[in-house]
Design a binder for this molecule. Structure first.
Ligand code: HEC
Length: 123
């Protein structure tokens, strides 16, 4: 009985630790950022399928040195401000034909705004 109980309490400790970590992350990233997090890390230098989004706001497109961007992204000449981010995030393939970002786009304007606000905070 004692063993059984201590297993349960260890399990619930583990669960509450996970819940605490989850809450900390949720407070920073808006729910809509889940659509990006599968391909983008937010820590400097960390890449997944896409480049790290750390410091992306206000920076020139394709400027993470060791990331193999598409020619389209390299040639875009874009600086990631509100206007360029919101159009690209909403419909990457139409806005930048040839992009390697294989993502349909975030369609709800309020979610786009929330994601951009979050990107601004990554510095
Ligand atoms: C399926 C993977 C994938 C998803 C999902 C995705 N991205 Fe990307 N993203 C990429 C790739 C790959 C690139 C590089 C594109 C290129 O070189 O053409 C990229 C590039 C970018 C860039 C340009 C970065 C730079 O350094 O110039 C931004 C900004 C960006 N993504 C934001 C987002 C946001 C915000 C979301 C969520 C709404 C998102 N991405 C979802 C894969 C993804």
């Amino acid at each position: 009985m004692f063993v059984f109980n201590s297993r349960i309490s260890r399990l619930s400790l583990a669960i509450s630790l996970c819940a605490a970590t989850g809450a900390a992350l949720a407070a920073e990233a808006p729910p809509a950022f889940k659509a990006c997090a599968g391909c983008h890390k937010i820590e400097a230098g960390a890449k997944l399928m896409g480049p790290s989004l750390f410091g992306v706001y206000g920076r020139k497109a394709a400027s993470v040195a060791d990331f193999a961007y598409s020619d389209a992204m390299k040639a875009s000449g874009v600086t990631w401000d509100d206007a360029h981010l919101s159009s690209f995030i909403a419909d990457p393939k139409t806005v930048l034909p040839g992009t390697k970002m294989v993502y349909a786009g975030l369609k709800k304007p309020d979610e786009v705004l929330a994601v951009i606000e979050f990107l601004k905070s990554l510095k």
